[in-house]
Ligand binder design. Structure first.
Ligand code: NOJ
Length: 515
């Protein structure tokens, strides 16, 4: 019998390392902190953990500015701590995925320092994208994703490209040395036992020959932009796939690919390329049954039976807050968030959860300017608040910050936690069977229990416009996005509901699993 690779139906928990758990008391999360919380993750019922970058970094972009791809930043621990974490996770049956950042390095990376010292036209500069300007103007009109121009000028007159912060110079993937270096970095972590890699900005890497300017209306991460989704990038993933296939144990690659369509996404997961891509379509959809139905249909049509599902990550507003926007009901955001995850986890494929969503954490929207750290905030003059609000350290226990995030007497957490999170700590929620955490634990346990009986496809049920309902083998899932209660489809038993269900009716903003 053909065995299904572990990642096909896995629930992967994303750990934003700086904000998960701080063991050494410096106010920043670390690898030992994560190791100490592995029992929590096992009991939650996830299959794998994705760790955001923990490599040596000046932290201009929260570690996505990597200065050394083969080490651990002292803030987070060291390689021995990493090895202990992998060993303990594996002993519990939890897989470890690490983040790989191939589009750019940190400006503190030795390669970039060498490039700054070397003259224009040198092999050192050829590892990055240095160009002469047009008079006093940059080589083209590209913008940084974080705001402002994508070029910075050096005293010798040349400019270098950075699609993100100036401290994140883009690598030149047309240089074979870059390919060799990343193959070697992959080997380094594969040999240390990692189960997979999350590929940062996987639709980046290559830029169109000649670096043509873009018409302003074509900006953004469109598939046909000269800096995203170039055909050459697929050769990189074929190279990497070959390397991974030479290792035992189902190692995998999951790409961060922002596209306009599921068809574009599908190009990255051809059989000899990445194993998975994040499917951000649901995350981008409004709270409407019709929109979710389209996302699900398009996803299966383009990506087959083992896609991925995502509601939140460290780059977007937490979905409790997103779903609450525009609703008059004060608790609509949380109710919808619970209903969305219940629906999503009924679907074939794997799911990526973002730390804290199992606690129903909202976005922290009122962080003062002086504590903010996201370069987006600074590069837009504060116009775009940035992503700090979804990165606030996790509340574990107690009634006052740091809520068990750090030991007694530790430095203040790197971002302040709202005092009202006393209500949302893990400790509080474990004691409450109606809490969001208890709901997630029941949900993941039930998903595991049913796994063997669920086929890789779904069938839609006839429903009113604002309701979504489908069967997957013995399981029926129904979601009510409308304003009033609706009758539940025929069933013998309500297995789990995201909110109270009585009298055979499903209230608004609620989902249920039926049998
Ligand atoms: C995507 C990462 O998720 C984000 O946090 C980062 O800022 C950019 N890539 C640049 O590396």
């Amino acid at each position: 019998m053909e065995t299904i690779p572990w990642w096909h139906e896995a629930v992967v928990y994303q750990i934003y390392v700086r904000s998960f758990a701080d063991a050494d008391g410096d106010g920043v999360g670390d690898l030992e902190g994560i190791r100490g919380r592995l029992p929590y993750l096992s009991e939650l019922g996830v299959d794998a953990v994705w760790l955001t970058p923990f490599y040596p970094s000046p932290m201009v972009d929260g570690g996505y500015d990597v200065a050394d791809y083969r080490d651990v930043d002292p803030r987070f621990g060291d390689l021995a701590a990493f090895d202990r974490l992998v060993a303990d996770a594996h002993a519990r049956g939890l897989r470890i995925i690490v983040d790989l950042v191939p589009n750019h390095t940190s400006s503190a990376h030795p390669w970039f320092r060498q490039a700054l010292e070397a003259p224009p036209g040198s092999p050192e500069r050829d590892r990055y994208i240095f160009r002469d300007g047009v008079g006093d103007e940059p080589p083209n009109n590209w913008h940084s994703v974080f705001g402002g121009p994508a070029w910075t000028r050096l005293p010798d007159g040349q400019w270098y490209l950075h699609l993100f912060a100036p401290e994140q110079p883009d690598l030149n993937w047309r240089n074979p040395e870059v390919h060799q270096e990343f193959l070697d970095i992959l080997r380094f972590w594969l040999d240390r036992g990692v189960d997979g890699f999350r590929i940062d900005v996987a639709m980046g890497l290559y830029k169109a020959e000649g670096l043509p300017s873009v018409p302003p209306e074509a900006e953004g991460m469109r598939a046909d932009a000269p800096m995203w989704g170039r055909p050459e990038v697929h050769e990189v993933y074929r190279e990497w796939r070959k390397l991974l296939d030479g290792y035992d144990g189902d190692r995998m690659l999951v790409g961060e690919v922002w596209t306009d369509s599921a068809e574009d996404l599908a190009r990255y997961v051809r059989p000899d390329e990445l194993h998975q891509c994040f499917n951000f379509a649901w995350l981008e959809a409004p709270w409407e049954a019709a929109a979710f139905r389209t996302v699900i249909d398009d996803t299966f049509a383009a990506l087959g039976a083992a896609p991925t599902w995502v509601l939140s990550n460290h780059d977007v507003v937490r979905h409790v807050t997103r779903y609450g926007e525009g609703s008059l009901e004060p608790d609509a955001g949380l109710a919808r968030a619970r209903a969305a995850v219940l629906t999503m986890l009924a679907l074939p494929g794997s799911a990526y959860l973002y730390q804290g969503e199992e606690l129903g954490l909202p976005e922290v929207t009122d962080l003062p300017a002086e504590v903010r750290q996201d370069p987006t905030f600074f590069r837009t003059g504060g116009e775009v608040p940035g992503r700090d609000g979804c990165r606030v350290p996790i509340p574990w226990s107690g009634t006052r910050p740091p809520f068990g995030f750090a030991p007694e007497g530790a430095a203040e957490p790197w971002l302040p936690q709202p005092p009202e999170w006393a209500e949302l700590t893990v400790e509080r929620q474990l004691a409450d069977p109606a809490s969001t955490l208890s709901f997630y634990r029941r949900l993941l346990a039930l998903r595991r229990e049913l796994a063997g009986s669920l086929p890789p496809g779904i069938a839609w049920l006839e429903t009113p416009e604002e309701v979504l309902a489908f069967t997957r083998g013995p399981l029926t899932c129904v979601l009510n996005c409308g304003d009033g209660p609706v009758p539940l489809p025929a069933h013998r038993e309500v297995l789990l509901a995201s909110g109270p269900v009585t009298g055979g009716e499903l209230p608004p903003d609620t989902a249920a699993w039926l049998r």
